[in-house]
Design a protein around this ligand. Structure first.
Ligand code: UD1
Length: 342
């Protein structure tokens, strides 16, 4: 058994990765970041280092470059891997499907192959609630809710990724894998030293809200107001990135306790739904600002309403969310203010 505390974190300089790296260190692990910074900034590494008060190991490598990645496996002995590195923009994936399949699938295969070659048996995969599509029977999804055909190449890379992992485990290799199905990650570190850094025009709701409030974008379009929901706008399960980060630490600890090959899919959400209008109203109340928003057309392919059944994450990983959507909105706004002051 490998007793090292070294954890390879691919995409560790990104939004969820950077918060996870901090939490890993605070729980006695030694994360090593592999990131090519195509969708992350060097400032996130200095932010991590400022929070934890020491420097961290970073290798500037594309996970699709197998030769370079192998050198990292030769350099360090890992007890576990958290594989974040992937593209994640739904609209972009529709325009550039092949770059999504290449990056997300080839990257996963490379990391899995090297894990097997170097006997690293504990593996966490970043999956998404997008695999559920539009849930039919209930808006609350358990891990047994049927998977739907993906409505974007991005979503399909998550579905295919989970299927590849199932097949790898079925082949009899000595690996233990957690596929964490994230709901909607929001918020930032309370220190405002790390947070989400969307490159170009943001697509996700919270960055759109905070960037509008700070004046980076002129207005917000609420995508549809005639859905069958509490107020006609779409409902999501917004999970604070700090809670999400901690789910990875709990996941790595759980994997280390497993003796036999296993794969588990686990929802990582709060179990509570919040509508788009509720996000906007909460933001206005917290910031004291009036947002320039209007109703627009429905967004093609949008899921109407979905939130997590969180029973399995608690029973299996002893993890649950502690922070609310409101907490996340406060931290996202402080982060945006900090970016402006910098
Ligand atoms: C989706 C996926 C999520 C995936 C993410 C990647 C689902 C349920 N979720 O998130 O798993 O990781 O893409 O980006 O499939 N909205 C507006 N105006 C805006 C921006 C957003 O009204 O300017 C609305 C959207 O229409 C949606 C809600 O806000 O109803 C949340 O949107 P977004 O933040 O983009 O996340 P999802 O689409 O839920």
């Amino acid at each position: 058994m490998n007793n090292s505390k070294n954890i390879l974190v691919t995409g560790g300089a990104g939004y969820i990765g950077s918060h996870t790296v901090v939490d890993l260190i605070q729980n006695g692990f030694n994360p090593i970041i592999v990131d090519d910074f195509r969708n992350a900034q060097k400032s996130s590494v200095s932010g991590i280092e400022e929070i934890i008060g020491r420097s961290i190991e970073v290798r500037e490598i594309d996970v699709c470059d197998r030769v370079a990645l192998k050198k990292v496996f030769e350099e360090f002995s890992f007890s576990g891997i958290i594989h974040f590195a992937a593209y994640k923009a739904v609209g972009e994936s529709v325009d550039s499907p092949l770059s999504y399949y290449r990056n997300n699938i080839v990257g996963l295969i490379n990391v899995l192959e090297l894990s097997i070659e170097f006997n690293v048996s504990n593996f966490v995969f970043s999956s998404s609630c997008t695999v559920y599509g539009e849930p039919t029977d209930s808006k609350v999804v358990t891990e047994n809710t049927p998977i739907q055909p993906a409505n974007s190449p991005y979503g399909n890379t998550k579905r295919i990724g989970e299927e590849i992992i199932e097949d790898v485990i079925s082949s009899g290799v000595n690996m233990k894998i957690l596929c964490l199905r994230y709901f909607n990650p929001v918020g930032a570190h309370a220190s405002s030293l790390i947070g989400e850094l969307p490159i170009g025009k943001p697509n996700n709701l919270l960055p759109v809200v905070t960037q509008c409030a700070i004046g980076k974008i002129p207005s917000i379009t609420v995508n549809g107001n005639d859905y069958d929901t509490i107020d006609g706008t779409c409902v999501r399960d917004y999970i604070h990135v700090l809670d999400l980060a901690n789910a990875h630490v709990k996941g790595v600890e759980w994997l280390a306790q497993q003796e036999n090959p296993i794969v588990e899919n686990v929802n990582i959400g709060t179990g509570k739904g919040t509508s788009v209008l509720e996000v906007i109203e909460t933001f206005e109340e917290i910031s004291g600002l009036k947002l320039n928003w209007k109703f627009g057309e429905r967004r093609a392919g949008d899921v109407v309403e979905i939130f997590a059944d969180v029973t399995k994450s608690f029973n299996l990983l002893n993890w649950k969310s502690n922070l609310s959507a409101r907490d996340a909105i406060i931290d996202s706004w402080n982060w945006e203010l900090k970016l402006k002051n910098d």
